[in-house]
Structures are given as structure tokens and as C-alpha cells.
Design a protein around this ligand. Sequence first.
Ligand SMILES: CC(C)(COP(=O)(O)OP(=O)(O)OC[C@H]1O[C@@H](n2cnc3c(N)ncnc32)[C@H](O)[C@@H]1OP(=O)(O)O)[C@@H](O)C(=O)NCCC(=O)NCCS
Length: 183
Amino acid sequence: MLGCTLRTKLPERASLGLSSKIFTSRPSNTEGLFFAQMIVKSPENTKEWDSYYWLRWEILRKPWNQPIGSERDKLDEHLDSFHAMAVDDFNKVMGVARLHLVTPGNRAQIRFMAVNTQNQAKGIGKLLIQYLENVAKQNNVKEIILQARENAVGFYIKEGYQVIEKSFVLYNQIQHYLMLKTL
Ligand SMILES: CC(C)(COP(=O)(O)OP(=O)(O)OC[C@H]1O[C@@H](n2cnc3c(N)ncnc32)[C@H](O)[C@@H]1OP(=O)(O)O)[C@@H](O)C(=O)NCCC(=O)NCCS
């Protein structure tokens, strides 16, 4: 879909090794199926891009009755954007996130971080953020900022981000906080 000026030494399909939680947890609603392997990579074809954006919409837009398409922004196809998706053994998308460089270049922003509801709290968000932080470091990024939804602030704090300030309210409901991590 797009080229990418962001450099990455990670292989296309970087298996980051799984937290033990992913191996040991067995979601009750998957009728006995559980994932033995989780891979973080960039979407590679139309089907994967569709799944990537679908999960973004389903988790971050649909609950607020936002239309399909509202999950995208103009930076999605920008060369300085890097997209990551966590997939299971069956190539099912479990989580998504995006990193884009912010001018003047030693700063990047993470946006659109979403893990599917039934697989939250199993270490997938952590894998995604660590993956994007590695990409950022390889591109000489010195700090990452993000706008955290109030419900996710605790997650980002665990990953080493600090709250800078209360920022905006989305859809008249979701308070956001500007957060920052120095790499
Ligand atoms: C927020 C989100 C991305 C976190 O991903 P996740 O896969 O559920 O989180 P992980 O399992 O990787 O959690 C990593 C650590 O953060 C903790 N954590 C996760 N979510 C948390 C939360 N909301 N508050 C506090 N701590 C949290 C976990 O307990 C875990 O701690 P540990 O390492 O001590 O065990 C995910 O829950 C999600 O998609 N939520 C809905 C959409 C959303 O709010 N996205 C963020 C937009 S800014």
C-alpha cells in the first residue's frame, strides 16, 4: 500500500517472542483454540490492510457510532508512518498500532493503538508498543508522544510514559492525556 521511509532492521515478520501470558492464557470464548505464537509485522497485502483498519474501527470508533472511514487520517499513507499489527497463528489480527515521525524528526507519535476486546490484558499491547519503540530508536527518534484515552493511561504508565497534561475530549466523552516517553 505504501512505501516507508522509516528504517527498520527488524525482519518483515518479527516474532518478538511472547510473554508467557500469551502462551498460557486460554481465552474461554475461543472454544478451545488458543494461539501458540504471536507475530508483530506490518500489513503486507490488501486483506491484511483491511483487517488492520477494521480492528482500528471496531475498537476505537464503532462503540461511539462513528462511520467506517473515521478510523483513518491523512498520515496513514504518509511515508513517515509505520504500521504494526499483531497476528496469531491463523494470521488473525489481534492488535494494531501506528507510529509516525513528527517534524523536526527526533520525535514520533503513536496513534490508533487497539487490541481486540477478547484478547486484551494478555500482553499484546505491550508487544506492539515495544515493536514501535524499536522502530523509533532505529530512526534516531529521541522521544515518543501520544494522546492516551483516560482508560489507557495506566497501560502507558506501565510502559514508561509520563502524563504531561490533560488534553482534549473526543466525542464529548473520552478524556485524553498527552503523554511522553524519552527513549
Ligand atoms: C489499552 C490497550 C491498547 C492495552 O493493550 P493490552 O494488550 O490490553 O495490554 P497488555 O496486556 O499488553 O498490558 C501490559 C501491562 O499494562 C497493564 N494494563 C493494560 N491495560 C491497562 C489499563 N487500562 N490500565 C492499567 N494497566 C493496564 C497490564 O496489566 C500489563 O501489566 P503487567 O505488565 O504488569 O502485567 C488495550 O487494552 C486496548 O486496546 N484498549 C481499548 C482501546 C484503547 O483504549 N486504546 C488506547 C487508545 S489511546
